[in-house]
Unconditional design. Structure first.
Length: 161
């Protein structure tokens, strides 16, 4: 299951609300869907009325503060921010090939329009030039355990250099 979002701290200005229907989706830290009903409830410190959807489909009403913490502190809200994949850098490709010994990871060089992937030389080690370590790789496809060849795209949070 590929994840195309990351959880970020709750921010009422960026959240999907009745006054901001194009905002980011809201979830609990545990991943339950949250639907914000209003943000201007007349209350000391808990102006947000939200519904938290449980696995059964039942929605439970909660009141929370502007930081997304519920009145009884049983839930804390987050935002789902979309993540746009980017190409691996030379250094990341080298690490990707090396850092999962339980998998058989490999790559091939290709030319645009070249469909004959099965007859190309397959490599499992990539030595990058330090001066080019942060440059994105190009003309390369990767795969794990003999699976489908794919572009070397990653989410920002996949690597910590």
């Amino acid at each position: 299951m590929e994840k195309n979002y990351k959880l970020i701290p709750f921010d009422i200005q960026r959240a999907k609300t009745p006054s901001n229907p194009d905002g980011l989706e809201v979830v609990t830290e545990g991943g339950k869907d949250v639907r914000i009903i209003c943000t201007d409830r007349s209350s000391r410190g808990y102006p947000i009325v939200a519904l938290i959807r449980h696995e059964t489909g039942f929605e439970e009403t909660h009141y929370c503060d502007k930081e997304g913490v519920t009145f009884n502190e049983t839930a804390c809200f987050c935002l789902k921010e979309p993540v746009t994949p980017r190409r691996m850098t030379n250094q990341e490709l080298s690490w990707w090939l090396r850092d999962a010994p339980e998998e058989h990871r490999e790559f091939i060089y290709f030319l645009e329009g070249d469909n004959d992937k099965e007859h190309r030389v397959v490599h499992s080690v990539f030595d990058y030039i330090p001066s080019r370590s942060n440059e994105p790789v190009d003309s390369i496809l990767i795969r794990s355990n003999g699976g489908e060849w794919r572009e070397p795209l990653i989410d920002e949070e996949d690597f910590e250099l």
